[in-house]
Design a protein around this ligand. Structure first.
Ligand code: F6R
Length: 234
């Protein structure tokens, strides 16, 4: 894994943007995208740039089960707000969390991934080491599927909801196996509350207890970290 330490979120967003720009110059056509607070500065850098994404395809990592795209807590909505409304892509896919048949929605998404193999995958990381919504204990070879959120993730995400009870308990997420198929993976982390997860990801054993540790088995991963997130690395 390559590690790049940046001063702050602004510099991290810019660094990730430069990697995407370089990848596109070398023919990247499909971006794997994440939600949450971490990639916001990257999306700002993309929106402020004059780079054209209208021939690109995007595949998002995950979506809450039960939320329609017009729900302002859905990840569809988040992506429209932060990126797609300002920088349209040729096609932008997010798992269909509104489909009551979650198995069918997951299988349909895995088929889309096969049709649009991801060139550059953007990831954030949970405090418990999750990537996508693959919580500790997830199969490291897993495909897109319905997953249950852990209490730690529900607590972390409750900051976006009026009440903790409103946080959906399930999501449809690309599996770790699906994520590992990305040709290049850029994992971004900011803040001291990510430092333990980053240490385990980089220096710990590859284990289902820390889903991001699977990235040790990928040969093209770059971590963009601020000093606080990198502070426990030896
Ligand atoms: C979001 C996602 C999650 C987040 C992670 C970190 O699509 O898949 O894995 O990347 O929960 O969230 P933030 O960036 O809000 O700290």
């Amino acid at each position: 894994m390559d590690i790049k330490i940046v001063k702050d979120k602004l510099a991290g967003g810019q660094a990730a943007f430069e990697l995407i720009k370089a990848g596109m110059a070398h023919g990247a056509q499909v971006l794997g995208l994440a939600t949450g607070s971490t990639p916001i500065s990257l999306y700002e850098a993309m929106c402020q740039s004059d780079l054209d994404f209208s021939q690109m395809v995007s595949m998002n990592l995950d979506e809450y089960v039960g939320l329609t795209p017009d729900n302002d807590q859905s990840y569809h909505y988040f992506m429209n707000e932060h990126l797609f409304s300002k920088k349209p892509f040729k096609a932008s896919y997010v798992p269909d969390g509104a489909n009551p048949d979650t198995d069918a929605a997951a299988a349909a998404y895995e088929k889309l991934l096969a049709e649009h193999p991801i060139d550059i995958q953007i990831l954030g990381i949970g405090r418990n080491g999750h990537i996508g919504f693959n919580e500790p204990g997830s199969d490291l070879d897993g495909k897109t599927q319905k997953v249950a959120l852990t209490q730690s993730t529900i607590d972390a995400n409750s900051r976006f909801f009026a009440d903790e009870k409103d946080v959906p308990r399930f999501a449809i997420s690309m599996g770790i196996g699906s994520i590992m198929k990305g040709k290049e993976i850029i994992l971004i982390a900011y803040g001291a509350d990510k430092a333990d997860a980053i240490k385990e990801t980089v220096e710990g054993p590859v284990t289902t207890h820390v889903p991001a540790s699977a990235l040790q088995n990928h040969d093209n991963v770059i971590l963009i970290l601020d000093e606080a997130a990198a502070s426990k690395l030896s």
